[in-house]
Design a protein around this ligand. Structure first.
Ligand code: GDP
Length: 275
């Protein structure tokens, strides 16, 4: 599989975020509940140093509820403050806002807490920001003593959010990470070959979520090679080319889209056991 990785993107993204970091008290790391481990850009942790940060796992509506429950227990046992939310259906957001309003951050003067959202592409940063600022969308570019070029949005209470999220490049070192990040939509599919990506996703689903795959595509069995399952899916959907050959690309695009939309099931890549 051909994976391209651009170090320049990381350098540029972190440079931009570093600028904003000077002005914030707390970082909201927005992550994907389906990829608790892999949606975090670990390199970023070196940059934020001692700055307070919280983890917010989004898209719980698409994630495996059992795995999410395991993660919640894991973080609780480790005394880590994390939140599992669903920005699309506006679930769990108040807990984040209340927490941010409550924290006593060591900021210099007697002023509001300032936060910024960072995360890899497509994790839901814009939707999350819109969802938590929906009710009290007061933009405050020109507050006395605050010389900032960026827009700050007042959220309920004494808490401001930088309206532009920090975009971190997704980082992956191996095929499994790449497949996970492409499947959740954080790596452009064009970076990976879509047919190969779909095959890898099908292989993962056969292994971890066979029943979801069987039910979605009305398959008789997945007890065969991933490529054979791939072909069965194409055949079941009637994706055939002239001459009766499977339309592999159309099958791949369908599987990838349906996965992303949650049609195949509530599926998570990372579990506590993967730590
Ligand atoms: P960003 O690139 O991190 O700013 O991500 P966006 O806010 O643009 O969201 C990326 C995609 O994920 C969009 O299609 C959103 O509709 C979708 N999305 C965001 N949050 C959720 C969520 O909690 N659940 C679901 N199902 N979709 C979400």
């Amino acid at each position: 599989m051909n994976i391209q990785w651009y170090p320049g993107h990381m350098a540029k993204a972190t440079r931009l975020i570093k600028e904003d970091l000077k002005n914030v008290d707390v970082i909201i790391k927005l992550l994907d509940a389906r990829a608790v481990i892999r949606s975090e850009n670990k390199d970023f942790n070196k940059i934020i140093n001692q700055k307070k940060s919280i983890k917010v796992f989004n898209k719980t509506d698409l994630a495996d509820d059992n795995k999410t429950a395991e993660w919640i227990k894991y973080f609780k046992d480790n005394n880590e403050d994390v939140f599992f939310v669903d920005a699309l259906n506006k679930k769990g957001l108040n807990d984040v806002v209340n927490y941010l309003n409550d924290i006593k951050v060591n900021f210099r003067a007697n002023r509001e807490v300032r936060a910024m959202v960072v995360g890899i592409p497509n994790v839901g940063k814009s939707m999350f920001i819109n969802a938590i600022t929906r009710k009290s969308n007061a933009r405050t570019g020109n507050k006395p003593g605050v010389t900032l070029s960026k827009q700050w949005i007042k959220v309920k209470g004494e808490f401001y959010l930088l309206d532009t999220p920090g975009v971190l490049p997704p980082k992956f070192d191996n095929i499994e990470d790449g497949v996970c990040l492409a499947s959740i939509g954080s790596v452009k599919e064009t970076i990976l070959d879509r047919e190969e990506l779909a095959l890898k996703l099908i292989e993962f689903l056969i292994d971890k979520y066979p029943n979801d795959l069987i039910n979605r595509y009305k398959l008789d069995s997945v007890d065969k090679l991933p490529l054979e399952v791939y072909e069965d899916i194409g055949r079941k959907r009637g994706f055939l080319l002239k001459g009766g050959e499977i339309d592999y690309l159309r099958t791949a695009v369908t599987v990838l889209d349906e996965f992303k939309n949650g049609n195949i099931g509530k599926i998570s890549f990372d579990g506590v056991n993967d730590l």
